[in-house]
Ligand binder design. Sequence first.
Ligand code: NDP
Length: 453
Amino acid sequence: MSNPIESEINAFMDEVKAKNPNETEFLQSVREVAEITIPYMEEHPRYKEANILHRLVEPERVIMFRVPWVDRTGRIQVNRGYRVQFSSAIGPYKGGLRFHPSVNLSILKFLGFEQIFKNALTTLPLGGAKGGSDFDPKGKSDREVMKFCQSFMTELHRHISKYTDIPAGDIGVGKREIGYLFGQYKRLENEFTGVLTGKDLNWGGSLIRPEATGYGAVYFMVEMLKTAKDDFKGKRVAVSGSGNVAQFTTEKIIELKGKVITVSDSSGYIYAEDGLTTDHLKFMMELKNQDRGRVSEMAEKFSGLVYYEDEPAWNLPGEVDVVIPCATQNELGEEDARKLVEKGVRFVGEGANMPCTTEAVHLFQKKKVLFGPGKAVNAGGVAASGLEMAQNALRLRWEREKVDEKLLYIMRNIHAQCVRYGENKHGEIDYVKGANLAGFIKVADAMIDQGAV
Ligand code: NDP
């Protein structure tokens, strides 16, 4: 028979499931938070009395809309657009836009829900949101992407502003898409304001914003390794993905003399026995950011690199010390985790949002692998977006060193919060517990202060 707390968690999840059927990713992210906060609320009944968890899992607003656009052959196409404005307890809604064919309400609700706690951890006044579309920018011309972005913003502009909701990029939404979205917002509202982050430097962007998620992830992992009296020098690091987060994670690890032995995309992975060099990375950045090519081309260009088609990076042939998944949700399952443990992994940090399944996380924790959840590890991106907003409001731009210094400070602070709420009496740190509790308490206290809204 299960204990009373377990029964309470299951009863809560049954209720959420009944209201949100088939939203598997959303339910997965809610369960993680419920498993940690429900036991905590037993000892802190004021949160239970204010019905915080039930209120938190209900988005403040979900906007869903038609996005019609004309393709290069003159045909009218239609996609679905979304913005999930989840929580404005501690600040205006903030979170990225994702353009990917897999996008649906469940995925955006999970991302928006995670964003609430992540944003709270940054210590900046930012609420949680996420949005996007099932539009696939891959294979589209620049002109088609522009037309889609303009149509998407023609609806979205009614629901956002620099004081209400400030979207950013995510998978499939980079500098190009942010430019087209911003242009259309400016035209419709007739104002030049910081309503989006991730803007180009020329017109209101912040230095370090492109690097921030990857650099921030590594800054967090440096602190994690320190708790084991270790560092990145000579470490074999498996990274997945080859997009924004993977690129700058790789750059920072190379700078710290670690060896990045894998990168990947949705077609396969590259294995670098001796670690990627700055030349490899430069080629990968051009390939992905300008030519929109595949990682397989890296092996065609450089002799020391091997390409494995249709396999995840976790199948890598050699040993590994650190794993940083930077591609997408649920890309690392229990079997992958088992293989990685056999290959010697000691530290895992989620560069992407929820890349590890619940079973994989439990296995890492059981095997005493230090595991950092995405809401803490990848919070550097939104933190730098918060710094971009601050610069826009002040109408000035800070130096690269100043933004980087603030990012480092924020990531160290997030790590310290994880330790504060996640360390047990034996000195072991449960980062999942620490990150969730620290984020939850901040948001819950604000909700209590603001009454039943
Ligand atoms: P990008 O679009 O720049 O890159 C995504 C990378 O992941 C690409 O290499 C892509 O490969 C790969 N990928 C995407 N979907 C899949 C899939 N279904 N299977 C295998 N590989 C896949 O995105 P970002 O780097 O910006 O984002 C990566 C992750 O980090 C996401 O989870 C995002 O939510 C999270 N994140 C991003 C932040 C940011 O600032 N950018 C901030 C915080 C979190 P392919 O080219 O084949 O599609």
